[in-house]
Design a protein around this ligand. Structure first.
Ligand SMILES: Nc1nc2c(c(=O)[nH]1)N[C@H]1C(S)=C(S)[C@@H](COP(=O)(O)O)O[C@H]1N2
Ligand SMILES: [Mo]
Length: 195
């Protein structure tokens, strides 16, 4: 099955604005463990993002390559951590859809329907890793706001801000899937359960 008919939406328009809607529930904490914010190490910076794993073409996107893809703008956004602490507010991030990078690299699947169990791991320079499912990215509104970003409030993300990053504007707690210094997007297939 071709992925194209299921893309959401088809043909991204340049400079589309996304605005997060809806308030988070009282608690979105999925686990009962204490959450502490890691200390930002120095020189944690990314200048290119590698797309690897189950793809037809392993692909490396530097800033120029990202800027050739259709631009997306977030609109005002509060970056809130799991604890409820606001890490920062931003009036706008600029970037491109995570799915646009995947569309360039193209998923490599043993069987056409295997996209239903595909997932993507997004990893920062320090190893910080978050996950998106194919369905989230292509079959829910989350995919519209899952962006690889390179600019905030009209200025490029400095080295001390990690350079290229990732953000998911549809999340309740945006800080968690905000990956500073995004280095790698790897595509995987979950193992089907044994019968
Ligand atoms: N690469 C990387 N990104 C990360 C983290 C991290 O440890 N490494 N921590 C996350 C968490 S828990 C929070 S609260 C925010 C903190 O935002 P900041 O590092 O941009 O200030 O980054 C998120 N992104
Ligand atoms: Mo955090």
């Amino acid at each position: 099955m071709s992925l194209d008919p299921m893309r959401v939406p088809t043909g991204a328009s340049p400079d589309t604005r996304l605005t997060a809607t809806g308030a988070p529930p009282a608690s979105v904490s999925p686990v009962a463990v204490a959450h502490t914010d890691p200390i930002a190490p120095d020189a944690l910076v990314s200048r290119e993002v590698v797309v690897s794993g189950c793809v037809k073409r392993r692909y490396s996107f530097d800033l120029c390559a990202l800027m050739r893809l259709p631009t997306q703008l977030t609109g005002p956004l509060d970056i809130v951590c799991l604890s409820g602490r606001t890490v920062r507010g931003a009036s706008e991030y600029k970037g491109v859809r995570l799915s646009a990078l995947l569309d360039v690299a193209q998923l490599r699947l043993p069987h056409a329907r295997d996209f239903t169990r595909a997932f993507i791991l997004a990893q920062g320079a320090d190893g910080y890793t978050v996950m998106f499912s194919w369905h989230e990215l292509y079959n829910t509104p989350v995919g519209i706001g899952a962006l690889v970003v390179y600019e905030r409030d009209g200025r490029p993300l400095d080295d001390d801000e990690g350079g290229i990053g990732l953000i998911s504007t549809g999340d309740f707690r945006v800080a968690l899937r905000q990956v500073r210094a995004l280095k790698r997007l790897s595509v995987h297939l979950a193992e089907p359960p044994l019968r």
